[in-house]
Design a protein around this ligand. Structure first.
Ligand SMILES: [Zn+2]
Ligand SMILES: [Zn+2]
Ligand SMILES: [Zn+2]
Length: 279
């Protein structure tokens, strides 16, 4: 209906027939899922996800599992506390990037289960909610990046033209390292590094998969991290566990931090890392 109306209004030739309707309907449903709030759960099918590509290829049937939320009973400090807000779900949760990720099976919180007081922020554009830690920034009004309106340079390009120093600084790396160790910065990866048995699957999911850097660049960055944090010394003394820390925690957290400095939320940075379009 809407399609036909649009064609008539635009005075264009009809270039689809009744046989195209199933495809058109599917496309239309995807648009609705992507753009309508549904507490942003629809974003799981947004065009950039693997899931959606599979869905369009017809290899995947969308399944919606609603979770029992242990979190909901917690005392939550919120910006606007209303009855309906208690049902909110973190947008990062469905993509498994939530700092307080819960288990698919039990609905219990896997990460930082002991934390009771969690702040939330709501995106002014899509109205979706994120834990403040998943947003990674306290900004009013907050934009999760759903419009992708924020101009950001590809970090790889910036590094290629200006070198590691153009994007990262030792002070920045040292601060990140200290904040992760002290717990000032809550990170899903840090929690899993300390408690790997919590979920090996989630730990695997959070590893960086697409980094289109040359080996040379990668080596430079790792050396840079080692120097800034003095971790090299400890690794040499046989603490191999720390290698893991550099690769699985420091490296992704550093990329997130670099994007944050361009005004990009942690959640958005996670999505960008997942499809590798900035690195
Ligand atoms: Zn979250
Ligand atoms: Zn948004
Ligand atoms: Zn972008």
């Amino acid at each position: 209906m809407l399609m036909s109306a649009m064609y008539i209004v635009l005075d264009s030739q009809f270039d689809y027939s009744v046989h195209d309707m199933p495809v058109l309907r599917r496309w239309w449903c995807l648009l609705l899922l992507e753009n309508h709030s549904l507490n942003s759960c629809g974003k799981i099918f947004a065009h950039w996800t693997e899931e959606c590509k599979q869905l369009i290829a017809g290899k995947h049937t969308p399944v919606f599992r609603l979770k029992r939320k242990a979190e909901q009973q917690d005392i939550e400090e919120t910006m606007t506390q209303t009855a309906s807000d208690v049902r909110r779900m973190c947008m990062a949760e469905s993509m498994q990037f939530c700092v307080y990720q819960t288990s698919d099976n039990t609905g219990e919180r896997l990460l930082y289960p002991e934390v009771k007081l969690i702040k939330w922020v709501q995106c002014k554009t899509c109205r979706g909610w994120l834990h403040l830690d998943c947003a990674g920034m306290e900004m009013e009004p907050f934009d999760c990046g759903c419009e992708d309106s924020i101009e950001h340079p590809r970090i790889k390009d910036a590094v290629d033209s200006g070198g590691i120093h153009a994007v990262f600084s030792k002070t920045q790396i040292k601060t990140l390292h200290d904040d992760l160790l002290s717990g000032k910065l809550r990170s899903n990866r840090m929690f899993l590094w300390r408690n790997p048995a919590t979920s090996l699957r989630l730990k695997q999911h959070l590893k960086i998969k697409t980094l289109s850097w040359s080996e040379q660049r990668m080596y430079e960055l790792l050396r840079f991290i080692e120097e800034a944090t003095n971790i090299a010394k400890k690794i040499k003394t046989g603490n191999i566990h720390l290698l893991d820390f550099v690769l699985d925690v420091m490296l992704p957290e550093l990329l997130i931090k670099a994007l944050k400095e361009h005004g990009i939320s942690r959640f958005r940075a996670e999505l960008m890392m997942a499809c590798g379009n900035v690195f």
